[in-house]
Design a protein around this ligand. Structure first.
Ligand code: COA
Length: 160
């Protein structure tokens, strides 16, 4: 079993390869290398002895809102809880930053519902439309579901 942690920049090519494969299958939006580097600190990776086996990013939109995106687990590692670990790492980072809500746009709503996300109308998340939707080739016939999860602050946050 590997671990979930922040990536090293030497891993970004492998991260992009995983993302590209999922983007080709229309499972995630493609990201250019320049955009991935610029946002490298958004990411978490799952790493085992074979290298990068998964990734996810927490991308901040507003003081109280961030997106969980670019979530991919390598084919042969799926169904082992790694996707859940990656999402929880992103949510914990949001909690640490005291971001009140995280959201996802996805064709895998059932996966996110299991992790406490609830379906909302896409119009509730206009920042996503501004950031990504207008450049998406499937803008006109979007079949993604928007989901939101509240992120209550940790009990001890702000005390230390
Ligand atoms: C979606 C994805 C990240 C899930 O990763 P994973 O490591 O297989 O997920 P987990 O093992 O943590 O699954 C957690 C639970 O969700 C379930 N689950 C996983 N994918 C699911 C799906 N597509 N639909 C419904 N349930 C799903 C699992 O069976 C598991 O259930 P359990 O807790 O009862 O065992 C992975 O399938 C993937 O990389 N898909 C391609 C890229 C993609 O679609 N990304 C999402 C874009 S937002």
């Amino acid at each position: 079993m590997g671990i979930v942690r922040k990536p090293k920049l030497t891993e970004i090519a492998d991260m992009k390869a995983l993302l590209d494969e999922a983007a080709t299958a229309r499972q995630v939006l493609p990201r250019e290398m320049a955009e991935m580097l610029e946002n490298a600190r958004d990411f978490f990776v799952y790493v085992d002895e074979e290298g990068v086996g998964g990734l996810a990013a927490l991308h901040i939109d507003l003081v109280d809102l961030a997106e969980v995106r670019s979530l991919v687990v390598r084919d042969n590692l799926r169904g082992k809880g790694i996707g859940s670990l990656l999402v929880e790492a992103a949510v914990e980072e949001a909690r640490h930053l005291q971001i009140a809500r995280v959201y996802a746009f996805t064709r895998q709503p059932e996966f996110f519902k299991r992790l406490g996300f609830q379906v909302v109308d896409r119009s509730e998340l206009p920042y996503k439309a501004l950031k990504d939707c207008q450049r998406c080739p499937f803008f006109a016939q979007c079949d993604e579901t928007a989901l939101v999860r509240p992120v209550p602050p940790a009990a001890m946050d702000g005390v230390a």
